[in-house]
Write a protein that binds this ligand. Structure first.
Ligand code: DX5
Ligand code: ZN
Length: 226
């Protein structure tokens, strides 16, 4: 069973970023989830691309998972590669040329993912399903950290898992937005692999970030323990 803990760094305190990212790594996080927003695709801004470089230089073994919430995602790909991005996902409705974007991401040597918003039919991924390394299922509307997990996402996840099996595709499934402990446990049962963790799982927990990361892995891998 593949379980990837990908904490969303948008939940870190900016003033305490160095300490909190170190704690995530000590707690055994697998990836860093880095939200990039342009103020157009979503009405918000988040990290600069340079931030990825700093993370990669400090923690080369932690995979950088860049979630592009931008219009024209292709404009950013070369800079992302230069700055140490490993996995790059973009929203299917942010470009008319998803195949080209996927090819360009692969051509630069990165893993490619597509993102589905809560209102997009899961079947929207069908034409690209065989070409992507991962599909990100948004479980909130994109643009802000700290929102509530949409429980109806579970049915959507279940349909995505079925679509993957029916088409014999190999993409990983990532769950992003408001992931809480009961939601994550359900997603694990249904077959998700990547968990974008946030304020309901690894941040703001009484046990602190290091232990919360460890507890999260236990919860997903062995729900009986909790
Ligand atoms: C929402 C972002 C998420 C978010 C996750 O637009 O894509 O990555 O930061 O953090 P939580 O789960 O705390 O909302
Ligand atoms: Zn995200």
């Amino acid at each position: 069973m593949t379980v990837i803990n990908a904490p969303s760094l948008a939940n870190c305190s900016y003033l305490d970023m160095e300490r909190q990212t170190a704690q995530l790594v000590e707690g055994g996080c697998d990836w860093f989830h880095i939200d990039i927003m342009d103020g157009h695709y979503v009405p918000n801004l988040c990290f600069p691309i340079k931030f990825i470089r700093e993370l990669k230089d400090r923690y080369p073994s932690v995979e950088t998972d860049v979630h592009l919430m931008v219009t024209n995602p292709m404009d950013y790909l070369e800079a992302l590669k230069e700055n140490g991005a490993d996995w790059v996902s973009f929203h299917l409705d942010a470009t008319s040329f998803s195949r080209r974007a996927i090819d360009q991401i692969h051509g630069l040597g990165m893993k490619a993912g597509v993102v589905l918003n809560p209102c997009q039919p899961v079947e929207t991924v069908e034409p690209v399903a065989e070409f992507v390394d991962y599909v990100v299922l948004m479980t909130v509307e994109p643009g802000y950290a700290g929102q509530k997990f949409m429980r109806d996402s579970l049915g959507r996840l279940s349909r995505l898992v079925k679509l993957r099996a029916a088409q014999k595709n190999r993409f990983l499934i990532s769950i992003d937005g408001g992931v809480d402990k009961p939601g994550a446990a359900e997603c694990a049962r249904l077959g998700a692999e990547i968990y974008v963790t946030g304020i309901y799982t690894v941040f703001n927990q009484p046990e602190g970030i290091v232990q919360a990361c460890r507890n999260f892995k236990k919860l997903i891998c062995d729900p009986e323990i909790q």
